[in-house]
Write a protein that binds this ligand. Sequence first.
Ligand code: SAM
Length: 233
Amino acid sequence: MQIKLTPRLEKIANLVKSNHSVADIGTDHGYIAIYLIQNSISPYVIAGDINKKPLESARNNIKEMGLSQRIETRLGSGLSVIKPGEVETVIIAGMGGILIGQLLQEAPEIIATTKEFILQPMQAQEELRKYLVDNGFKIVKDVLVKEDHRIYEIICAEKGQQEVIQEIQYEIGFYIDENPRDLAIEFVEGRINIYRNIIADIKDIAGERINEKLGHCKQRLEALEEVLICLKK
Ligand SMILES: C[S@@+](CC[C@H](N)C(=O)[O-])C[C@H]1O[C@@H](n2cnc3c(N)ncnc32)[C@H](O)[C@@H]1O
């Protein structure tokens, strides 16, 4: 039976370079791992998870699909489940951006031998981009995908140096214009609404920290409005 992924998971899986062996960290159900093998994207996948229950569920799903020879499940935190040189691609999806940064930070020897990182933070996307830029990664793709009314951000990175032209790139990614136009516009408009609401909520409150926050929000709003104009041209 062929596995059917949700748009978010399918987009993540299809970003893996063909024929790369993969570690899917925080695999949970193991669906990405199964899809990668079934669609001949990867020859071999390590599916890791810190918790026994999700790993058990992944193991059952993998067994049911008859893929136990091609997907190995491993219990443990982050990249500690892999050895240097074992995989070419690391996927970490469905966790917070701060945690993803910490998991990368803890494993310099794995980073050194991995070619491609596909990261899908649920929150703290900006913090994760900052972490990557400050720690010897180059962001090569910033992909948006919509699922159930929510737009998810997928960050693809390699080792290298990232040029940052504008601060706003940490928030919306470095390649916003490479996404489908309507989706990029919806994403940026969503960010604009967030700042407009914050500004409306705090503009009449006095205080030094509020003023600082107000200034930051206004700057971001202005930058986002410029991006929006460019996207709509
Ligand atoms: C919300 S699920 C995401 C599952 C899947 N990757 C996805 O994107 O749908 C998060 C998974 O990460 C696992 N997890 C949390 N912290 C982890 C860590 N430090 N190392 C490995 N797995 C972790 C959890 O047990 C859980 O199965």
